[in-house]
Write a protein that binds this ligand. Structure first.
Ligand code: RTP
Ligand code: MG
Length: 156
């Protein structure tokens, strides 16, 4: 924590396939929560990539549905930074189940844009450790990857 007691963190925020058209509203929610987007990427996950991303859930009954949904269309992955970004972003998301979110946290991202327990509009890392893993998943570090990563902004 710094002098003001705040703790700057980065987290992986993702807009799931059911909510990519809400990107404008969602960026506004990020800004209103006093967080900033520092990286962003739109990509369509393969079944295997989605399964790898959610590997912690591989033994769950909902795993196949989840992976099917997450690979059904493009997602928008973002690095989001700010004070306690991990927990702040999860608070913006609201409860996992969109039905619960609609009742208990109507203004949350899932309360507004989620459909059900699986199609719930957004993802957020649950800890600093998972944030590190998930940021690396979407935004791999460029060190040691050879000449293709040496381009500078000024070269473009
Ligand atoms: P996320 O990881 O996506 O941010 O969501 P979360 O922490 O709130 O929830 P988690 O328990 O990690 O579950 C991951 C995702 O799996 C889907 N799910 N479906 N009963 C079900 O049908 C069910 N339970 C979970 C959701 O998409 C959930 O976000
Ligand atoms: Mg989770």
């Amino acid at each position: 924590a710094n002098k003001l007691g705040s703790k700057k963190e980065r987290t992986l925020a993702m807009i799931k396939p059911d909510a990519v058209t809400k990107v404008g509203d969602i960026i506004q929610m990020i800004y209103d929560a006093n967080l900033i987007v520092t990286k962003a990427k739109m990509t369509k996950l393969t079944w295997k990539q989605a399964a790898d991303f959610y590997t912690e859930h591989q033994s769950k009954s909902f795993f196949n549905n989840l992976v099917q949904f997450m690979s059904s269309g493009p997602v928008i992955a973002m690095e989001v930074m700010g004070d306690e970004a991990v927990s702040t972003w999860r608070k913006v998301l609201g409860p996992t189940d969109s039905g619960v979110a609609q009742k208990d946290a109507a203004n949350s991202l899932r309360g507004q844009f989620g459909t059900d327990g699986t199609k719930n509009a957004g993802h957020g890392s649950e800890s600093l450790a998972s944030a590190a893993r998930e940021l690396e998943f979407f935004f791999p570090s460029t060190t040691g990857h050879g000449p293709s990563n040496t381009a500078k902004y000024s070269d473009c």
